[in-house]
Write a protein that binds this ligand. Structure first.
Ligand code: NAD
Length: 454
């Protein structure tokens, strides 16, 4: 039997990053994976969908350049080329991970790992010993009663990536992150899109204004959005899907996408026998990401944190540092959220409402893209930055809706990680003309100082 300092179960962005990080810290490490390395993010999530959204952005830019006198008479969209480009990107990144694992001497073990007892993992009958174990088993799409995935017309966010053509019409159940990203893609490539959302707005877990504003933008583009309603029944009749909404509407579509959240992959890991507690299916961990069993840690989508690839990778580094003797606590305030709709949406830290609950004296200011010279230059003036701060000027949170928001949020993440004051952001010099100037402008607005852009 091989013995390791650390065994990691699951090779998604939580697992493979943990394994490489641990190995660099000097731990003898193995990584156990039953499928392809890269997890949901690389194989059926962030990466393939971002290739599709990049294609949508390219199509949109064809029309956008009309404003500059560039007229394109027409274009041909060869769907199969998009699907092969998507496969090419995923394959290249997968082989990049394999090379990193090899270069860092991480032993990759193919198979499903089951924790047999403390420090012992069973992989199809073969035993591996490990002083420490990280469970990074991820999550899977959740279906709804009466709306089971059939891999034909009623699809999950993974199943839809297996489609080999663009449907003429699609009903999307769930107006959260996945729903809004796929709606952006299918609307741009010409499908008729319907979104059905249970709550009173899109993106209900984010700042109210973001979801409401996105709804207005998507409706203007012809997306049919129904909020505060459930789908009562859904039937695949062979050549179409009939969905009956509980408010009396019925919708016929070629395809249905159900994206109402994800379920943690905790079955078959031997957790109950080991005495590891679960809460609504998610593994219970403390702020050091330890389960109740010594030497067993859990990270990523299978615990009760944000279901985001970069959150899982960050949690993995926290655990490895703790195994190495540090006492690092996880801090979810540091995790940015990015939604790759058009326009993009990104946030880090507290929302205006969350800040108000903790500190009634906190305040928020909003600075529009409209007033940014770069936004005008690139004809993308739809958007805003919202900066939330304490009365004493401590930065509490930033939200951005607009062109390149998901890249711009990096400055907010750094500022929050460094516990910056809004004065620090005001003192930083932002290059002109760039979109990053919105940070300087919003901070000046917050502090009541003159705004100097344009
Ligand atoms: P989500 O929680 O973002 O959204 C699910 C939505 O479905 C919610 O708005 C919810 O109110 C709605 N809903 C629930 N039951 C419903 C019902 N019966 N009828 C209609 N609507 C219903 O979940 P998701 O979009 O499935 O994404 C899953 C996870 O993956 C999330 O945690 C998300 O953050 C993550 N993810 C992140 C990214 C990104 O960072 N860009 C991309 C994809 C997925």
């Amino acid at each position: 039997m091989q013995n390791y300092d650390l065994a990691v179960i699951g090779a998604g962005p939580g697992g493979y990053v943990s394994a490489i990080y641990a190995s660099r810290l000097g731990m003898k490490t193995c990584l156990i994976e039953k499928d392809s390395v890269g997890g949901t993010c690389l194989n059926h999530g962030c990466i393939p969908t971002k290739v599709m959204l990049n294609c949508a952005a390219a199509i949109k830019s064809i029309n956008a350049f009309r404003a500059y006198g560039v007229e394109v008479a027409g274009y041909n969209f060869a769907q199969e080329k998009l699907f092969s480009k998507r496969e090419e990107v995923v394959t290249r990144l997968r082989s990049g991970i394999m090379s990193l694992l090899a270069a860092n001497k991480v032993v990759l073990i193919k198979g499903a790992g089951r924790i047999k007892s403390q420090g012992l993992i069973d992989i199809a009958g073969a035993l591996v010993g490990a002083k420490n174990i990280i469970i990074a088993a991820g999550s899977s799409p959740m279906d709804l009663p009466g709306m089971k995935f059939d891999d034909a017309r009623i699809l999950s966010s993974e199943g839809i990536l297996r489609l080999k053509s663009i449907p003429k019409s699609i009903i999307i159940v769930g107006g959260g992150v996945i729903g809004c990203e796929f709606a952006t893609f299918y609307n741009t490539v010409g499908s008729k899109v319907y979104i059905i959302e249970l709550m009173d707005r899109l993106l209900p877990t984010m700042d109210r204004e973001l979801g409401k504003r996105l709804e207005v933008i998507l409706k203007k583009r012809g997306i049919d959005i129904h909020t505060s309603v459930r789908v009562g029944s859904m039937n695949n009749s062979g050549d179409m899907v009939l969905s009956e909404l509980q408010d009396g509407h019925s919708i016929k579509s070629e395809t249905a996408l159900i994206c109402v959240g994800r379920r943690p992959n905790t079955a078959g890991l031997g957790l109950e026998e080991l005495g590891i507690s679960l809460d609504k299916g998610r593994i219970v961990v403390n702020e050091f990401l330890e389960t109740g069993v010594k030497g067993v840690f859990a990270i990523g989508d299978c615990i009760n944190g944000p279901m985001l690839a970069h959150a899982a990778s960050y949690e993995g580094t926290v655990v490895c540092d703790n195994i190495a003797g540090k006492k690092r606590r996880v801090d979810y305030n540091l995790i940015p959220s990015c939604i790759f709709t058009e326009p993009e949406i990104a946030a880090c830290g507290l929302t205006e409402d969350e800040a108000k609950k903790l500190d009634p004296d906190s305040k928020a200011v909003k600075f529009p893209y409209m007033a940014s010279s770069k936004a005008q230059v690139i004809n993308s003036a739809d958007g805003f930055i919202k900066m939330v701060g304490a009365k004493d000027g401590r930065l509490l949170g930033i939200e951005i809706m607009g062109h390149n928001a998901c890249d711009l949020i990096g400055e907010a993440s750094l500022a929050i990680a460094m516990k910056a004051n809004i004065e620090d952001i005001a003192n930083a010099v932002h290059a002109h003309p760039t979109l990053s100037e919105i940070f300087g402008d919003a901070s000046h607005l917050f502090l009541g100082k003159p705004i100097h852009t344009i």
